[in-house]
Design a protein. Structure first.
Lengths: 210, 862
């Protein structure tokens, strides 16, 4: 099965590469034109489920291969350092999204308390301040990664315009959605599994607090 | 607009350093209020006044806060805090540091962060850590303090500071890196002198308050751009970690609402965001929780609200750092506190009832799994997204999508979720994961999509190849049923039913007090004995509407069908007899459940088409033809209610006889339900008179057969505008009216509910034509005017006529207030709204008595 997948990726049409990577990082496309996803479906890289287009297993493996930087390279070491600076902030953004959705007692945040919401917005600002130097450093190491800061800033602007879903909704390119994509790319670039990622984050969060 | 530029000169005349320093507890005696002291200064004053122990400290009032940036004032502040705490900065045996914070006149977001450890020097840091007993005790707070002073007090570029921190991931190396950056870029080294550090820190805090970020936060909260803040200098007494630390506590348990201090306690130097998983339960406090309980109880009695405190523990003694009423306490805590305050004599019952609104009653009655005790608890995970759900196991997002496409409820079960699983999560009814916490990807997405979720179920193992999941000891297959409660984290095997929870005990108490305050009766719309039993437990005083339609549907449909389509009278009578028998059983069960309470039984009101067979299914050609001739263009306005009964003259007598003879049977067991027989869809007084004759004859028939004269009242529904307008004439034949506000709304507006809800109402609400759906909130101007007019006309003929409402409006607080205002006797609503209606009726009555006493005070006649 592994070799079959490897064979497949060898034969991926280079013109589909960007689209495959985009689909895998996003996890899905919604409401795309037939002409956009048809070539991927025909190549066995995507499947259509109702209004959604999902990547197939071979698409995921192909994307992972294309994105992976050489193991043991200097680039890998440098990106790993950025990834390790990313992880504690990654914990914080999840906490901010949680605080936006739920009050500390676990009840749903009905957005009736403007002070509480403003407090969460302040925490989001802390996250945004903390991620900027990390992304600036990443931009020097990983082609095209500048789009994440642009995406985060766009989401933040929309959120500040009063459109609440732009913080944590899975249905738009919200701050959280863009963030998850960045996270996914870092994992594929460094070849790190989700389980390993969780363990490292936990270790770093505890470690950085002494 | 720089605060530091003009404040001292304008607001405070030149004065000796130190005059602007107000020790905690002395603000009020100096005539200062929240504008000057900030919320923190006021809170500390209050704690001192209540005799509670607070951490030593002082306030530099808003308006003069910039003076703390001057070395003279900063020096005086250091001396004063040293005096108040009996320690000295730099003393290595009983060390003291300073903590600088800010507060505004009200609670706001966006204040500058606290600067948590002033007075540390590279030389003294080691000794401090030795006293605390942890080598890394200062790393994080010291780094954060130096970072902010460097950026905002010494103008070191933020990008350089960021890079220094990225280049030095090790916590221990960070302060050194920042200090050498300061030495290079600020033109002078970071000072060692505590007063100089404090002055710089004050300037940094005020500059941060003046930053674009802080201005944006003020704007977002609609606060004045030039709002002044007070500064506070607190003693930070350093002690060994085994007996010192800090923590937060709230007075009440968030789930039960009982007085039971909850919180956590951290060892070492106070941080604004304590590291995760390092908190310890309050019971671990070296000196015990007695002092803390005393403080929380004192504060609750003083503030009449659930409270929260921040506290410091030093050598086993608790002193308070901050205290306030919880801004939004858990609902159950508020309800419990209200009941506790009444029991302590600190609050009147009315006042307690007023504190909890009908919407909050509804919130406390959230849906949950109906537990019988027989269910199999598979596991308990983290309650990650509220709500209860039941569905079939799907082990992949794709399977969840397929199930959803078939219209089935899927519970997506995965060890963990990734962005690729979002489509499946959106399609699923609920989400269950083995890893991750409250802030995990699965939890964030589930809450974002409003799906119940339980995360972090230990021992959950998915075997995708085998299509199974092991949860604890049990193995489930894809397709098995599972139920979960995202509010408790419980996961059960099988499909459990989801229902509304009964009120918790303290809410029941409050609702009993609400019952004492209200005038309006509350009944339930219930068709079966089970519904009646549920509603009585929720406080319903009787049944305001029992619909008898269901007695004719389901497996009894052929019977009613043969009544309507019968070719000859004999066949019809046979079918009627069978119907009567079936209804008799229904009524017996219902009346037994009702007991001695009133019960309004509405005779058949279904539109004819519900009883007609589909074309081609009538049986024979003759029946087919009869059915075709009965089909209507608009059944809701056609042969329905009393009209059908007048055409099929045996229908109502058969129903009434079944009802009366059931009453005779139930009365023999010792209970006497107060029967009210209701005729639906009347618009002509003549219709009512004819239908009433059917009912009277039925009563005679039953009396002749059983020897018992059944007591009952006869009344009608008011569902058409004409009925409302002719209320006086109808009242001559009716002992009660029940306003069927759903139909009355449809017919007053000329709205067909299903159609306008789909196409019209949303757009009308967007345009501002309507503020709410008239089907959810009774329209007081049109429909309400008809009701008011009918009430007046009916009472002019029959002053003791009983009046109620039995539409969905009977459960809506605003509509209930309207019904109270026009003087109806009761509202009737679905069972789960009964507690809400009880509270809404009480609030309406209390509002009225309040405005009455207000107008009496003004000398106006009531």
């Amino acid at each position: 099965m592994h070799s079959a997948a490897a064979e497949r990726t060898d034969t991926i049409d280079p013109s589909l590469a960007d689209a495959v990577i985009d689909l895998v990082l996003r996890g899905m496309w919604r409401g795309t034109q037939e002409s956009v996803h048809r070539p991927l479906v025909d190549a066995g890289l995507a499947m259509v489920k109702g209004p959604m287009v999902l990547p197939t297993e071979s698409a995921k493996q192909a994307a992972a291969q294309m994105l992976r930087v050489p193991a043991g390279s200097g680039q890998e070491a440098q990106i790993t350092a950025v990834y390790e600076a990313f992880l504690p902030v990654n914990r914080k953004i999840r906490e901010v999204c949680t605080a936006w959705q739920c009050r500390p007692d676990g009840s749903v945040n009905d957005h009736g308390d403007s002070v509480y919401d403003a407090e969460v917005r302040e925490q989001l600002e802390d996250v945004h301040e903390a991620i900027q130097p990390v992304l600036r450093r990443l931009e020097r190491l990983l082609a095209d990664s500048g789009r994440y800061l642009t995406g985060l800033e766009e989401a933040l602007d929309r959120f500040d315009d009063g459109d609440r879903q732009w913080l944590a909704s899975p249905l738009c390119d919200s701050y959280h959605t863009v963030w998850m994509r960045l996270h996914q790319e870092l994992l594929l670039v460094l070849g790190i599994s989700r389980a390993e990622d969780e363990a490292r984050e936990e270790q770093l969060v505890r470690g950085s607090h002494g | 607009m720089n605060i530091t530029d003009h404040r001292p000169g304008v607001d405070a005349p030149p004065q000796a350093p130190g005059l602007a320093l107000v020790p905690y507890g002395q603000g009020r005696t100096r005539g200062l209020d929240a504008d000057a002291l900030g919320t923190h200064g006021v809170a500390m004053d209050r704690l001192v006044a209540l005799g509670l122990t607070v951490v030593p400290g002082l306030t530099v009032p808003a308006g003069t806060a910039a003076s703390l940036g001057e070395p003279g004032t900063a020096g005086a502040a250091v001396e004063l805090v040293e005096q108040l705490s009996g320690r000295r900065v730099g003393d290595s045996a009983r060390p003291l540091l300073l903590r600088l914070s800010a507060s505004a006149p009200t609670d706001i977001a966006g204040l500058p962060p606290d600067l948590a450890c002033l007075g540390v020097t590279p030389d003294s840091a080691g000794d401090l850590c030795t006293v605390i007993g942890r080598a890394d005790a200062l790393d994080e707070v010291w780094t954060a303090t130096v970072r902010m002073i460097a950026e905002y007090g010494l103008d070191v570029p933020a990008a350089l500071l960021d890079d220094a921190l990225l280049d030095n991931p090790a916590p221990h190396a960070r302060v050194g890196a920042l200090l050498s950056l300061v030495a290079r870029h600020a033109g002078r080294p970071f000072p060692d002198d505590p007063a100089e550090q404090l002055a710089l820190a004050a300037r940094a805090v005020l500059a941060r308050w003046d930053s674009p970020r802080a201005r944006r936060a003020r704007k977002a909260q609609k606060l004045p751009a030039d709002l002044d803040i007070a500064l506070h200098v607190q003693a930070l007494r350093i002690g060994p970690a085994d007996r010192s630390g800090y923590g937060t506590a709230v007075s009440r348990h968030p789930e039960s609402g009982r007085f039971s201090p909850q919180g956590s306690f951290f060892r070492g130097v106070r941080r604004s965001a304590p590291p995760p998983h390092t908190g310890e339960p309050l019971e671990k406090l070296a000196g015990g929780t007695v002092l803390l309980e005393h403080a929380l109880l004192t504060l609750e009695r003083h503030l009449h609200a659930p409270v929260s405190v921040d506290f410091e523990v030093r050598d086993g003694e608790v002193s308070l750092l901050a205290a306030s009423a919880q801004s939004r306490p858990p609902l159950r805590a508020s309800v419990c506190l209200a009941v506790d305050l009444v029991r302590d004599g600190a609050l009147a019952k009315d006042a307690a009832v007023r504190r909890i609104g009908p919407a909050q009653v509804q919130e406390l009655l959230h849906p949950q799994l109906k537990l019988t005790g027989d269910e199999e608890l598979l596991a308990r995970g983290l309650p990650a997204s509220p709500g209860a759900a039941t569905g079939t196991v799907a082990l992949s997002g794709e399977r969840a999508l397929e199930l959803a496409a078939e219209g089935a409820h899927a519970v997506l079960v995965m060890h963990e979720t990734t962005p690729a699983d979002v489509p499946g999560m959106l399609a699923a009814t609920a989400v269950l994961t083995g890893s991750g916490g409250i802030a995990s990807h699965a939890a964030v997405v589930a809450r974002g999509a409003g799906k119940p979720a339980v995360c972090g179920v230990e021992g959950l193992r998915v075997d995708k190849a085998a299509g199974t999941v092991r949860i604890g000891e049990r193995v489930l297959r894809e397709g098995d049923a599972v139920s979960l409660d995202g509010r408790t984290g419980a996961v059960y095997a099988g499909a459990l039913s989801v229902s509304v929870a009964g009120p918790p005990p303290e809410l029941s108490t409050l609702l009993e007090w609400a019952d004492d305050s209200r005038r309006l009766g509350v009944r339930v719309n219930a068709d079966t004995a089970a519904e009646v039993t549920t509603a009585v437990a929720l406080g319903a005083e009787g049944v305001g509407l029992c619909r008898t339609e269901h007695q004719f549907l389901g497996d009894r449909l052929p019977l009613i069908r043969s009544v309507i389509l019968a070719a000859d009278p004999a066949a019809r009578d046979e079918a009627l007899l069978a119907l009567e028998h079936a209804q008799h059983e229904d009524f017996t069960a219902l009346l037994t459940a009702v007991g001695d309470r009133p019960v309004t039984v509405r005779l058949l009101d279904a539109p004819l088409h519900e009883f007609l067979p589909a074309p081609g299914e009538a049986g024979d050609a003759a029946a087919e033809q009869r059915a075709a001739s009965l089909r209507e263009a608009n059944p809701m306005l056609g042969l329905r209610g009393v009209r059908l009964a007048l055409l099929h003259e045996r229908l109502y007598p058969a129903q009434a006889e079944a009802l009366f003879s059931a009453w005779v049977e139930v009365a023999a067991t010792g209970v006497r339900p107060r029967l009210e027989v209701m005729i639906p869809l009347v618009s002509l007084p003549e219709e009512l008179r004819a239908a009433a004759a059917f009912v009277r004859d039925a009563a005679e028939t039953v009396a002749a057969r059983t020897g018992v004269r059944v007591p009952y009242r006869l009344g009608t529904m008011i569902e058409t505008p004409r009925a409302a307008l002719l209320a006086a004439e109808l009242a001559e034949h009716a002992e009660f009216f029940s306003f069927g506000t759903n139909d009355l709304t449809q017919l007053t507006y000329g709205f067909s509910r299903d159609d306008v809800e789909r196409q019209v109402l949303a757009s009308y609400q967007e345009r501002g034509f309507l503020t709410a759906s008239p089907f959810a909130r009774l329209d007081p101007h049109g429909v309400g005017a008809l009701i008011a007019l009918a009430v007046e006309r009916a009472r002019s003929v029959r002053p003791d006529i009983k009046l109620g409402v039995c539409g969905e409006h009977g459960g809506d607080p605003d509509s209930i207030a309207f019904c109270d205002d026009v003087g109806l006797d009761y509202v009737s609503c679905s069972a789960h709204r009964v507690p809400v209606a009880r509270m809404a009726a009480a609030h309406s009555a209390l509002r009225k008595s309040e405005s009455r006493s207000a107008s009496n005070e003004n000398g106006t006649p009531a």
